[in-house]
Design a protein around this ligand. Structure first.
Ligand SMILES: *Cc1c(COP(=O)(O)O)cnc(C)c1O
Length: 228
């Protein structure tokens, strides 16, 4: 049995070590625990070990977990493909959405965010390798989408997210992350106030940290293999 608490301790240590290695402050990188397809017990163990941010990619599964952990102080991030008919549930129950790639989805989330809640934090997902059929806005369409989303009430545009193709070598892993960072810097230069680069998963987060990730999304590294 893999201990979630031990994994978290080890990963927190690595996050600060990699950040320092990259010439960044030790606390530069926030940890998002991706709890999709993981049992509630592991999620509870992570929360007891001080983990605050959790990510899910299927709305139905997430709603059950949100309800089951209502007494805990946790922040929920939606990181999956968002279908139009699921935007209301996300607008009502999540604190963050990392996977916006169309204005239509953003408009719906904006209209459906309940008034009593703080703005929904959003990142735009970029199809960084320009892969056919993959989610994410293209590099060409990104600036227009970013500026349009930044104007929507009830949403706060925080930054960019990507899910690059899998590479095993450190240098190859850095390339797409470097591209995302350049797009992020270009948007900041055009007047948008962004603070989040959501990039890096269990297999490539060191490379992402070297390219400026402010939030890494780790599932298996924390919780072990997912239920299939
Ligand atoms: C599943 C998932 C992750 C975590 O993947 P691991 O390889 O288990 O760390 C991160 N981001 C997204 C968008 C995911 O769907």
């Amino acid at each position: 049995m893999i201990g979630v608490t031990e994994n978290l301790l080890k990963i927190r240590d690595l996050l600060s070590r990699y950040a320092l290695e990259a010439g960044r402050p030790a606390d530069a990188v926030q940890l998002l625990a991706v709890s999709k397809k993981q049992p509630l017990e592991k999620l509870h163990e992570a929360a007891r070990a001080g983990q605050h941010d959790f990510g899910e990619n299927v709305v139905q599964e997430a709603l059950a977990k949100i309800e089951a952990t209502a007494s805990l102080d946790v922040t929920w991030h939606f990181i999956g493909h968002l279908q139009t008919n699921k935007t209301r549930a996300v607008a009502e129950h999540f604190d963050w959405v990392h996977s916006i790639d169309r204005l239509k989805t953003a408009r719906r989330l904006s209209a459906q965010r309940p008034e009593g809640l703080a703005s929904l934090n959003v990142c735009l997902q970029v199809n960084i390798d320009a892969e056919q059929g993959k989610s994410g806005v293209s590099a060409e369409e990104l600036p227009e989408l970013a500026h349009a989303v930044s104007e929507l009430p009830g949403l706060r545009l925080r930054g960019l997210m990507c899910l690059p193709a899998i590479h095993t070598s450190f240098e190859a892993q850095r390339e797409p992350f470097a591209k995302l960072r350049e797009q992020y810097e270009s948007l900041c230069g055009s007047g948008l106030e962004l603070d989040t680069l959501s990039m890096g998963m269990s297999g490539d987060y060191r490379a992402a940290i070297f390219e400026g990730a402010t939030m890494v999304r780790l599932g298996t590294a924390i919780f072990g293999q997912r239920d299939t």
